[in-house]
Design a protein around this ligand. Structure first.
Ligand SMILES: [Zn+2]
Length: 93
């Protein structure tokens, strides 16, 4: 789980397989046309296909707007913005 304590007091736990499933990078989204599309919070309960790592090696802040996660298979192009993550927390506090 990735746990974020938001400044508004919300306590949110994000399952790592679900975070990998919703990876917001161009490759995982299926192309530029799909970038920016809303992500269904239910997708956090999904898991990526077999062979896709759900182990986090490290995570880094990107400026003050996002978190970059480095996965066990080296994938690191997903930039998880706070504006992406916060709405996914609804019902998960
Ligand atoms: Zn990706």
């Amino acid at each position: 789980m990735l746990v974020i304590e938001w400044l508004d007091g919300a306590h949110c736990a994000y399952p790592l397989p679900g975070l990998r499933y919703i990876c917001p990078c161009v490759s995982c989204r299926g192309g530029h046309a799909n970038m920016g599309a809303a992500i269904d919070p239910a997708d956090l309960a999904q898991s990526p296909p077999p062979g896709v790592s759900t182990t986090v090696v490290s995570a880094h802040f990107v400026g003050d707007y996002a978190l970059q996660i480095v996965w066990g298979d080296g994938h690191n192009s997903g930039i998880y913005t706070w504006t992406l993550l916060r709405p996914l927390c609804a019902g998960n506090q």
